[in-house]
Design a protein around this ligand. Structure first.
Ligand code: UD1
Length: 311
């Protein structure tokens, strides 16, 4: 059993990852500044004697160093981030602090205290404006937002350090993650979180474009599972991999599934496609299978049914 430090533990992905680590018998120290995370996400975890939660800003110098020195984790799962692409555009300095400086501080603390492994929340946003219909890890990296650029920089910081020796880094390029605890508050929140709330409240949804656009939607439960694998499985080598299903689902299909669960909710309205919207985003999942032994298991329809039941 391992000691794992999770940054961003109270967030959407962080709280599910924490839950799964605890279920596996690991000991977890969670750090969160509660900027986008919520203590309520950790209601179950907080009942465990193997979990401790500290309010802390990992971008603040000295914070990571102190907690790593005190807790002595075998692995750090670094999920704390400025999660909004839109906010990275409106406040690029904050994006740099939370999405790059924080990564450097995590890396420095790991090196200083002999932490052997870092798992990092990267993003398909690093590929940006690609013409590849099936995104491979080798696909050109052309981020189109400060957010995507920061995630790519952070990968560079961590993988450069891993190449220099002594540290195993796994960068997880998450595609469109969905599931319970995702915050639907902003119009730019994940589409499934927005749709779930609107259907539950009996309001119809708006589809931007004709609904034929597709995404590689992956359940947060699969994402938590791969985070735990990357943090705890022995014999892994450093690298970056897409965390995706390899299956494309259109927005029309998503709406079709919601409509089955909520037959009385009005049909969706259609509006102009969003400026800069990507039509298709689909990842190749083979590298995560080869390097981590991970294959996504939750079909979108099952994940949506679970999400609807969970609220
Ligand atoms: C993701 C990011 C987005 C970023 C983009 C490019 C998330 C949640 N979003 O967008 O911030 O700019 O990558 O890196 O990570 N849609 C609707 N109705 C709605 C909401 C959304 O039709 O009410 C559509 C969108 O126009 C889009 C699709 O749903 O076509 C998916 O949207 P979203 O969940 O924001 O994901 P991405 O487009 O992949």
């Amino acid at each position: 059993m391992a000691k794992v430090l999770v940054t961003g533990a109270a967030g959407f992905i962080g709280s599910h990852t924490t839950d799964l680590l605890l279920a596996g018998g690991h000991t977890v120290l969670g750090l969160d500044n509660f900027r986008s995370g919520h203590r309520r996400n950790l209601a179950a975890a907080l009942r465990s004697a193997a979990f401790r939660l500290v309010e802390a800003d990992v971008a603040e110098p000295g914070v990571m160093a102190k907690h790593v020195a005190d807790f002595r984790p075998e692995a750090i799962i670094h999920l704390a981030a400025l999660v909004s692409v839109q906010e990275s555009i409106s406040d690029p300095a904050l994006n740099r602090r939370l999405n790059v400086t924080a990564t450097q501080l995590v890396a420095d603390a790991a090196v200083a205290h002999g932490v052997k492994r870092i798992v990092f929340a990267s993003s398909a946003a690093i590929y940006g404006d690609t013409t590849d219909l099936l995104i491979r890890e080798e696909t050109a990296k052309q981020p189109i937002s400060p957010y995507g650029e920061a995630k790519l920089s952070s990968e560079g910081i961590l993988l450069g350090l891993a190449a220099a020796g002594g540290l195993t880094v796994r960068c997880h390029r998450y595609f469109n993650v969905f599931g319970p605890r995702q915050d639907p508050a902003s119009p730019y929140s994940g589409v499934i979180s927005i749709f779930e709330r609107r259907y539950r409240e009996g309001r119809g949804v708006t589809i931007f474009g004709d609904g034929s656009q597709t995404r590689d939607f992956i359940s947060v439960h699969d994402v938590a599972r791969v985070n735990v694998i990357a943090a705890t499985k022995s014999g892994l080598v450093a690298g970056a991999a897409n965390i995706c299903t390899g299956r494309a689902t259109s927005l029309r299909e998503v709406v079709g599934i919601f409509a089955q669960h909520y037959p009385k909710v009005p049909a969706p309205q259609y509006a102009a496609a969003r400026a800069g919207d990507i039509v298709h985003s689909l990842g190749r999942p083979e590298r995560a299978q080869a390097e981590l032994g991970f294959t996504a298991q939750v079909p979108v329809a099952d994940g949506l049914a679970e999400l609807i039941r969970s609220v």
